[in-house]
Design a protein around this ligand. Structure first.
Ligand SMILES: [Zn+2]
Ligand SMILES: [Zn+2]
Length: 249
């Protein structure tokens, strides 16, 4: 099935100004049978930038619900969110889950320290990948999330791959397998890897470990390809990268 997974909208403020419907129309002309919106998740009182406001959440849900009705029989439309796992927000995740937002995907762009502060305020960010990885692992165990977006991107500050990164990756992979969590191969990361040789976003080493894990387990890791589209242009362009990604498997 042709599935355009991981699409953002104008609400995150770093996407294009196109309407939700324009994304759906483009998905249809690309031959997709399913499109999954995963806007950057708002949090109560809007403490973070680069995402929709909490006041827009009901309008987001409503808009996509109306489009589901309008395009019924033509394309399946899912309303999800891309969410950082922050331990203090556990009740909020339960609330989102019960609102029937599906899928809730973990997109860990920073993490929360035990004292409640956030890693984006840290002076020294060299260890950020450890905190992000642990947050993803904790998030997977809650049962509210079923996909982890760009699990290899949190190594972006580590230029060289080390044994430590192998160990931490294996921990993440084993947890994903245990909790039946799908790992996303992110086309935005892959595009940077191919076009600009930015190998810090797309880590082949990580995906090799996933393959290795799958050869030795009775519960292999499932993966999904994510567009991470912030415009219809991204959708069109990244369609071609799927073929390239599949060829290089
Ligand atoms: Zn974004
Ligand atoms: Zn995204």
């Amino acid at each position: 099935m042709k599935h355009i997974f991981h699409v953002h909208t104008f609400r995150c403020k770093h996407g294009s100004n196109e309407s939700d419907e324009e994304f759906i129309k483009e998905a249809l002309s690309l031959g997709a049978e399913k499109i999954t919106f995963t806007e950057h998740c708002p949090f109560p009182e809007n403490p973070f930038n680069n995402r929709m406001e909490i006041e827009q959440l009901s309008e987001y849900i409503e808009s996509l619900k109306n489009l589901q009705i309008k395009y019924q029989g033509q394309i399946q439309i899912e309303t999800g969110l891309e969410v950082e796992f922050l331990p203090s927000m556990i009740n909020y995740y339960k609330y989102l889950y019960e609102l029937n937002l599906h899928p809730l995907i973990i997109g860990q762009h920073f993490f929360q320290h035990p004292d409640g502060t956030y890693s984006f305020d840290d002076k020294d960010k060299s260890d950020e990948y450890i905190g992000c990885c642990n947050a993803m692992i904790e998030g997977m165990k809650t049962g509210y999330f079923n996909i982890v977006a760009h699990p290899d991107r949190f190594f972006r500050r580590c230029k060289k791959w080390t044994q430590e990164l192998t160990d931490i990756s294996n921990k993440l992979i084993a947890t994903a397998s245990q909790y039946n969590i799908i790992l996303e191969k992110n086309l935005s990361s892959y595009e940077k890897h191919i076009e600009k040789s930015h190998h810090i976003f797309w880590r082949k080493e990580f995906w090799n470990l996933v393959e290795l894990y799958n050869q030795t387990t009775s519960n292999p890791i499932k993966t999904i390809i994510g567009f991470d589209a912030h415009s219809t242009e991204h959708m069109i362009k990244r369609m071609e990268y799927i073929e390239l990604l599949n060829q290089k498997k």
